[in-house]
Design a protein around this ligand. Structure first.
Ligand code: COA
Length: 703
């Protein structure tokens, strides 16, 4: 990727002398941005474009070209790609639209195939270009005038990307790179991230994503990059639902967005709700040192905004310093008499600008206080000009050592101060929540950088034996496992399933119940009936022979009525499991991210509240525990209202096993343990039912 960002020479195929054309704008931006390498406009008419010699044909250029920007009509692109291949170009930046985004996948594929045959990579098509501060290169058709700086932006939306150039100017955000990925026919975010991770100029990365193609690779790359640099993502399309909605809980709950959200969090990526929030975060993250410790102090001249900031700190995971003796000592002599040294430190409306600056200084000079949240409500006592100078001074002295966020609130004069200070790159916000959210993002980055990578836990699964069971089902023409087959897989996984015997007639059912011991459950066994309860194929809590007889007949009657042609193999008589907390563990092949695992509490928690969490598989037990604790209903597992704590470690073991299974057996489409009954701490779990769907025909198996 280095030669894409730092090319020695660049050609523009479709360069034009007509200022109305994109081919003109691109050459103009390249020239104006101060790019030091060779620039070769290609135009059939030859001549001169913007003072540069134009070549009628790429083959006329003698210098080695690293990047060819292609900006000619779609129908001519493929032959231009061939010409680039012959000229040993390294990267193609295909601006042209009119390929897969309008349904022409075939030409796009041919472009990529031809390029790859010649060892070239393709950025685009359907993009606005690339800006790289490393080589002062603006090869976009944006408005120009990009200020170099520490933020890299990767965007899938062209229009939003171009608009971001203007936004970066008004927000004083300097860019290290701006890359439009468009249709992502070849080069995608993961490729670009690998370069940006090692680029010293880049201190924070912002990605705008619409759809993910190779999510497994993206997740792996992001997980690596975020250990060194912050990555903020904005993703559109929160409401899309997964395609296997009806097949399972995991499927219906694994809406594209829920999985995206969890996987991004797992990879240490910060997801912003809006473009504004994303900008605010990257701007702050790129220019602020990590806090040396966990505890922040709020300094305010207004009680109300102090309370608001305290709420925001709780929401964004910012801890407040609360050693009262140290606080009293720190602020004695620097704050007015009526003030309160409790955090939030309230200087009151009586404070002068000097009191304010001295108090802020006291926080920042104190080694036990690690970050400052400076809030100010406009008062008549302050000379705003002098106040702004004091803030500048404090910021200049501590900017490299400790994080500070300023939030100023008032009328026109304060708005002018905010504008001026922001323009100078000082982190001043008009809104308290926005200020604390930026500091919260910085704390999340700190936690991510400091957290130890999860140790790979060796997990020994009898994959060959499990595959043999899956093969049996597939050979039988089924896309799902029958209960006894699923039970065999469960046994191989070491999941504790209730005892069960398949009975082919009533006599055998009675015998089986006697052998297992009452009470028992009875379930229909038929490859034609997947949703057993819906078909009336399940009877619970059967206490004696008489109840077995009644239930047996009722099950058969109901199933025949429900699915008249169903081939019924018999009924399964199962040990009735003692009650506990019902949970669901699922795993599936996600269309974007590959193998993912899900956990949720059963009943209304899953059905109504959709309270589930996901991770990209495989995961070890500690990640599984973190995933379990993500649930809103987690306190139920910890034990509420006198209930005892449940066996969370045992759940984590099941989640981890399923995650490894779905990762290693890619032929499994979807697997669900539902319910997994959880008992008190130390008493384990029972797998009451397990359903496995397999891919037909053969999926990519991994050994
Ligand atoms: N080699 C070199 N130059 C060529 C050429 C070739 N094979 N074929 C055509 N040209 C020249 C043309 O002669 C013209 O130069 P001129 O102005 O001197 O006559 C120039 O390339 C452009 O060709 P033209 O036919 O005028 O196309 P255009 O400028 O109207 O449109 C695109 C070209 C690429 C801009 C257009 O097809 C397109 O895709 N637009 C959408 C771009 C977009 O929005 N991208 C996504 C942004 S997010």
């Amino acid at each position: 990727m280095r030669s894409l960002f730092e090319p020695r020479a660049i050609a523009v195929i479709g360069a034009s002398g007509n200022p109305e054309k994109i081919g003109y704008r691109i050459v103009e931006n390249i020239v104006r941005s101060g790019y030091g390498g060779g620039v070769f406009p290609i135009n059939p008419r030859g001549g001169e474009i913007l003072g540069l010699k134009a070549y009628a044909d790429l083959s006329d250029v003698e210098e080695e070209i690293d990047v060819a920007v292609i900006v000619i009509p779609a129908g001519a692109v493929l032959s231009a790609v061939e010409a680039c291949g012959a000229a040993r170009v390294k990267h193609l930046v295909v601006i042209t639209s009119g390929f897969s985004e309008v349904g022409d996948l075939e030409t796009e594929r041919r472009i990529v195939r031809t390029a790859r045959e010649h060892g070239m990579r393709v950025l685009g098509p359907n993009i606005f270009g690339i800006y790289s501060a490393a080589s002062s290169l603006d090869a976009t058709f944006g408005p120009g005038g990009i200020t170099p700086g520490p933020v890299a932006i990767i965007t899938q939306s062209g229009a939003l990307g171009i608009a971001m150039i203007g936004k970066t100017a008004t927000e004083s955000v300097g860019l290290s790179a701006l890359v439009s990925v468009g249709n992502k026919s070849d080069v995608d975010e993961a490729d670009l991230l690998e370069y940006l991770a090692s680029d010293e100029r880049t201190r924070a990365i912002l990605m705008y994503v619409e759809g993910v193609k190779d999510g497994e690779r993206l997740q792996g790359t992001l997980a690596e990059v975020t250990r060194h640099k912050p990555v903020v993502v904005i993703k559109a399309g929160r409401s899309k639902r997964g395609s296997m909605a009806a097949a399972s809980h995991t499927g219906s709950l694994a809406g594209a967005d829920e999985v995206f959200d969890s996987v991004m969090r797992q990879a240490g990526v910060l997801r912003a709700e809006s473009v504004q929030e994303a900008f605010s975060w990257v701007r702050y993250l790129a220019s602020t040192p990590l806090p040396p410790g966990d505890e922040a102090v709020i300094v305010t001249n207004g009680g109300g905004i102090g309370v608001m900031a305290t709420d925001a700190c709780e929401k964004h995971g910012v801890l407040l310093y609360d050693d009262q003796a140290v606080l009293a000592d720190t602020f004695s002599g620097v704050m007015p008499d009526f003030g309160s040294s409790k955090n939030p430190v309230d200087l009151t409306g009586q404070a002068t600008a000097e009191d304010y600056a001295r108090s802020l200084d006291a926080v920042l000079a104190e080694g036990r206080m690690h970050a400052a949240i400076a809030l100010y409500c406009e008062t008549a006592l302050f000379d705003t000009g002098r106040f702004a100078d004091l803030l500048r001074d404090v910021y200049a002295r501590y900017r490299d050592r400790k994080p500070i966020v300023f939030s100023l609130f008032g009328g026109e004069r304060i708005d002018a101060v905010i504008r001026d200070l922001r323009g100078e790159g000082i982190p001043v916000f008009g809104d308290v929540y926005e200020a604390v959210s930026a500091l919260g993002a910085l704390y999340r980055v700190r936690r991510r950088i400091r957290e130890a990578p999860e140790e790979a836990e060796p997990i020994d699964l009898p994959i060959d034996e499990i595959r043999a069971v899956l093969r049996g089902a597939r050979d039988g023409g089924r896309a799902f496992l029958l209960a006894p087959e699923a039970a065999r897989v469960a046994a191989h996984l070491g999941l504790d399933m209730p005892r069960s015997i398949v009975a082919r007639n009533l006599d055998e059912a009675v015998g089986a119940a006697g052998e297992i011991g009452y009470p028992v459950v009875m379930k229909i066994v038929s490859k034609d009936i997947v949703h057993k309860s819906d078909a009336g194929g399940v009877a619970l809590d059967l206490e004696n022979e008489e109840e077995i007889v009644d239930a047996y007949q009722a099950i058969l009657r109901s199933c025949r009525a429900h699915v008249p042609d169903a081939a019924i193999e018999g009924v399964e008589v199962v040990e009735m499991v003692r009650s506990g907390v019902e949970t669901i563990v699922g795993a599936r092949q996600d269309p974007s991210f590959g193998p993912v695992v899900m956990f949720g509490l059963g009943g209304i928690y899953v059905e109504v509240m959709k309270d589930v969490s996901f991770r990209a598989a495989p995961i070890g037990r500690s990640t599984a525990r973190a995933m379990i604790s993500d649930l809103r209903s987690y306190p139920l597992l910890l034990g509420v209202r006198g209930e005892s704590r449940k066996d969370i470690d045992a759940i984590a073991a099941v989640v981890s096993k399923l995650s490894h299974l779905i990762d290693r057996c890619r032929e499994i489409a979807d697997i669900e343990v539902n319910p997994l009954i959880v008992y008190d701490h130390g008493e384990g779990t029972r797998t009451v039912d397990m359903r496995i769907l397999i891919k037909q025909p053969k999926g990519g198996e991994r050994t």
